[in-house]
Design a binder for this molecule. Structure first.
Ligand code: GAR
Length: 192
C-alpha cells in the first residue's frame, strides 16, 4: 500500500501544487487529502485539478473535536505536510502524529518566526532588518509556532536593491525546489 500524505494549506497552495505534481505518478507515495480552514483558498481548486479530495473545516471542528484526527486515521495518513497553513496545530493531532507533521517557513529560523510571522509579514521583516541573506526552513511541528526541530534550510542572497516581490520570488523558488524532495525523503523512512 502507498504511503499517504495529508496537506494542510490556508491560501494559494503553490507548494501544495508542487507536492501534488511530484507525487502524481509515484508508485510509493500519494496525496490522500487536502485540508483547509479557508473556503476561498485557491488550494482547493488545485486539489480538484489533481482529483484529490479536500476537506474544509472551521475553528470549532479543528480545536474542539476529534473529527480531523479520525478522518486522517480512517484514510491511513502517514504524514501531515503543512504548506502555508496558518493555524497552530492542536494537541490531539500532535499526539496522534508525533514526529510526523512538517512545515515550511519562508525564513531562516529561528529568525523571523513565531505567531503572526507568515507570508509577506516575514519578507517585510527581513527587508526591514536589512538582512543580506534570506532563506527557508523545513522543520518538524510542535505545539509552538515555528519551534520544532529543523530538517533542512536553504539560503538566498539579498541585494541592496531587492524588494518584496523579488525576495518572495527567491524564497518561493527554493521552497518549490526543496519541499517535495525533503517530504519524499521523510515519508520513505516511515514504516507503514
Ligand atoms: C510559503 O511561502 C510558506 O513558506 C509560508 O506561506 C507560503 C505559502 O505559499 N508559510 C508560512 O509563512 C508559515 N509560517 P503557497 O500557498 O503558495 O504554498
Amino acid at each position: 500500500m502507498k504511503k499517504r500524505i495529508a496537506i494542510f494549506a490556508s491560501g494559494s497552495g503553490s507548494n501544495a501544487q508542487k507536492l501534488m505534481e511530484h507525487f502524481k505518478r509515484s508508485p510509493e507515495v500519494e496525496i490522500a487529502l487536502v485540508l483547509t480552514n479557508n473556503p476561498d483558498a485557491y488550494v482547493l481548486q488545485r486539489a480538484d485539478n489533481f482529483e484529490i479530495p479536500s476537506h474544509i473545516f472551521d475553528r470549532n471542528e479543528f480545536y474542539h473535536t476529534d473529527h480531523i484526527v479520525n478522518l486522517l486515521k480512517n484514510l491511513e495518513v502517514d504524514l501531515i505536510v503543512l504548506a502555508g497553513f496558518l493555524w497552530l496545530i492542536p494537541k490531539n493531532l500532535l499526539h496522534e502524529y508525533p514526529g510526523r507533521i512538517i512545515n515550511i517557513h519562508p525564513a531562516l529560523l529561528p529568525k523571523f518566526g513565531g505567531k503572526g510571522m507568515y507570508g509577506d509579514h516575514v519578507h517585510l521583516a527581513v527587508l526591514e532588518a536589512k538582512e543580506t541573506e534570506g532563506g527557508i526552513t523545513i522543520h518538524y511541528v510542535n505545539e509552538n509556532y515555528d519551534e520544532g526541530e529543523y530538517i533542512y534550510q536553504a539560503k538566498y542572497r539579498i541585494d541592496k536593491e531587492d524588494n518584496l516581490e523579488l525576495i518572495k520570488f527567491k524564497g518561493q523558488q527554493l521552497e518549490h525546489l526543496h519541499y517535495p524532495r525533503i517530504v519524499e525523503t521523510i515519508i520513505k523512512k516511515i514504516k507503514k
